[in-house]
Design a protein around this ligand. Structure first.
Ligand code: FAD
Length: 460
C-alpha cells in the first residue's frame, strides 16, 4: 500500500488509531484458529464513528484495497484474518450502548459492544440478550451478528439472528444501509437484515444493531447427571427435547473431557463415561422443579448414574466450571486444537457421538466431544500441536471426517463458528453448486469489486 494512501487512511481515524507497526500487524494476522495461515494486513484502523467507517471504505473502494472487519478476534475459523493484505478494520472503539427501551424490550448498540458488558448493563432493567457464547467476555455484538453466534442457552432462547430487528451496515461503496429497528416483526420486502446475519464480513461493515430482549428469569436451577456411556447421555438429550422439556442449557461432556478437567484443571469431577450439565429457568421453583422431574424420569430410563442439583449461585458456578473452562484447559494441553461445531438432527446425536469416537481411533487423534447437545450442536476438540510432525495433518483428516459425517446424517458443518477460511472447501458440499452460485451472485451484486473480507465462506 503506498505511503499516500496510508497517510489518507490515517488522517480519517487519527494517528493514535492507525498502525503499521509490524508487532500490531502480526497480532492482527491471526485469530483463534491456528491452522491455515492468512497474511499480514498493511494497516490496522480503529474507527470511532459511522462516518469514519464510511470514509475508510470509500477509500478502499476507490483503490481496490481489501477490508477485513474485526472486533473481538475470537473467531475460530480464520474469518477475521486477512488473506491479501489491506485494511483490518478493528471496531472495538465503537462500543456505545445507544438506547435501551424497557417498554419495547429492545436495545440499540454500536457493533463493538462486548456481549458480557451488554448483559451486565441490562441487568438494571431486569432484561437480557440470551445467546450465550462461551466467548461472551470478548466477542462483540457485531461479530455475533456476522457469525450468527449462539451458545449454551440457544436450546431455549434461540440464536443471535432470532433477536435482530434493526441493522445499519456500511456497504462496500461507502453508502449506509439502514434496515428497520422499530418493528418486532416485518413482512416487507426481501429480508436484508438476515442476509447480513451470517455474512462473516463479506458483504459490508455492520455498525449498529437493534436487538429484541427478554426479561431475566426469576428462578434458576442447575443440575449435573452422570452416565455410563455417551450414547445413553445423547439419547437422554434427544428424548428430553422430544418430550417438550426445554432446559435453558443442556451440555454434554465426554470421558476425555472429564478426565482432562480432573487432571489439568483439578476439578473434583466423578468418574463417568459422560455427564450432562443442565440449567432450568422458571418464574418460580416449582416450574423449574417440574421440568427437572421430567428430565430425571427420562435420564433414569437411560441408566443415569446419579443427578446433583444446585440453586445457590456459587454452587451453580462450581458445577459449571468444568464446562466453562474446557476450551482454555485443552488449549494449554495442546496449543493448536481444532474445534468442530457440527449440528445433527437430535435423533442422530448418539450415532454422531459413536462415529466421532471411531474417527478418533481411525485417525489416531485424541478427540473430546462436548457442547450444546440440546440443539444437536455436537462440538469436538481435536487435540493437535502444530509443532509435532504429522499431528495436525491427522487432526485435519479427522476434522474433515466429522464434517462429512454431519452432512451424511442430515446436519450442517457449522452451527456457530461460521465457515471463514477453515471450512470454505466444504461450502459446496453442504450447499451444492446452485447454492454457492446464488451466494456468489449476491456477493457480486453487493460487493462488485470484491473488497469485503475476500476468500471467506467460498473460494473466489
Ligand atoms: C473460547 C471460545 C469459545 C467460543 N464459543 C462460542 C460459542 O459458544 N458460540 C459461538 O457462536 N461462537 C463461539 N466462539 C466463536 C466466536 O466467539 C464467535 O464467532 C463470535 O461471534 C465472534 O465475535 P467477535 O466479536 O470476536 O468477532 P471476530 O472474531 O472479530 O470476527 C468474526 C467474523 O465476523 C466478522 N465481523 C466482526 N465484526 C463485524 C462487523 N462489525 N461487521 C461485519 N463483519 C464483522 C469478521 O470479519 C469475521 O468474519 C468461541 C470462540 C472462542 C475463542
Amino acid at each position: 500500500m503506498d505511503r499516500e494512501i496510508i497517510d489518507q487512511l490515517t488522517a480519517i481515524v487519527g494517528a493514535d488509531n492507525a498502525s503499521t507497526n509490524p508487532v500490531d500487524l502480526v497480532c492482527y494476522s491471526v485469530d483463534c484458529y491456528a491452522i491455515k495461515k492468512g497474511s499480514m494486513p498493511d494497516i490496522v484502523l480503529r474507527p470511532n464513528s459511522v462516518a469514519e467507517v464510511q470514509g475508510i471504505v470509500r477509500m478502499a473502494d476507490k483503490h481496490l484495497i481489501p477490508v477485513v472487519p474485526r472486533a473481538g478476534g475470537s473467531c475460530l475459523t480464520g474469518g477475521c484474518v486477512p488473506t491479501r493484505g489491506g485494511i483490518v478494520l478493528d471496531l472495538q472503539r465503537m462500543n456505545r450502548i445507544i438506547e435501551v427501551s424497557k417498554e419495547n424490550l429492545t436495545v440499540t448498540v454500536e457493533a463493538g459492544v462486548v456481549f458480557a458488558q451488554l448483559n451486565t448493563y441490562l441487568q438494571r432493567y431486569g432484561l437480557f440478550f440470551p445467546p450465550d457464547p462461551a466467548s461472551g467476555e470478548i466477542c462483540t455484538i457485531g461479530g455475533m451478528v456476522a457469525a450468527n453466534a449462539s451458545g449454551m442457552r440457544a436450546v431455549k432462547y434461540g440464536v443471535t439472528g432470532d433477536y435482530i430487528i434493526g441493522l445499519k451496515v456500511v456497504l462496500p461503496d461507502g453508502r449506509l444501509l439502514d434496515m428497520g429497528g422499530g418493528a418486532r416483526k416485518s413482512a416487507s420486502g426481501y429480508d436484508l437484515i438476515h442476509l447480513f446475519n451470517r455474512s462473516e464480513g463479506t458483504l459490508g461493515v455492520i455498525v449498529e444493531i437493534t436487538l429484541k430482549l427478554r426479561s431475566l428469569p426469576r428462578f434458576i436451577m442447575s443440575a449435573v447427571a452422570k452416565f455410563h456411556s455417551p450414547e445413553d447421555a445423547g439419547r437422554t438429550v434427544a428424548r428430553t427435547i422430544a418430550a417438550g422439556v426445554i432446559p435453558a442449557a443442556i451440555e454434554i461432556l465426554d470421558e476425555v473431557a472429564l478426565q482432562v478437567m480432573r487432571e489439568e484443571a483439578h476439578l473434583p469431577l466423578p468418574e463417568a463415561a459422560a455427564m450432562l450439565f443442565l440449567e432450568f429457568h422458571g418464574d418460580d421453583r416449582s416450574e423449574a422443579q417440574k421440568a427437572l422431574n421430567k428430565f430425571r424420569k427420562i435420564a433414569d430410563e437411560e441408566k443415569c448414574a446419579g443427578i446433583e442439583i444446585a440453586t445457590d449461585p456459587v454452587e451453580m458456578e462450581r458445577m459449571w466450571a468444568a464446562r466453562r473452562r474446557l476450551f482454555a484447559t485443552f488449549t494449554r494441553l495442546k496449543p493448536s486444537p481444532i474445534a468442530t461445531d457440527i449440528v445433527v438432527p437430535l435423533s442422530k446425536i448418539p450415532e454422531a457421538i459413536r462415529e466421532i469416537q471411531e474417527i478418533a481411533r481411525k485417525n489416531d487423534v485424541k478427540i473430546t466431544t462436548y457442547g450444546h447437545a440440546g440443539d444437536g450442536n455436537v462440538h469436538s476438540l481435536l487435540l493437535a500441536d502444530l509443532r509435532i510432525p504429522g499431528e495436525s495433518d491427522r487432526a485435519h483428516k479427522a476434522h474433515d471426517d466429522i464434517n462429512w459425517m454431519a452432512l451424511r446424517l442430515g446436519g450442517t458443518i457449522t452451527g456457530e463458528h461460521g465457515i471463514g477460511l477453515e471450512k470454505r472447501e466444504m461450502t459446496k458440499d453442504e450447499h451444492g453448486e446452485v447454492g454457492v452460485d446464488i451466494m456468489k451472485r449476491i456477493k457480486k451484486a453487493i460487493d462488485p469489486k470484491g473488497i469485503m473480507n475476500p476468500d471467506k465462506i467460498f473460494e473466489v
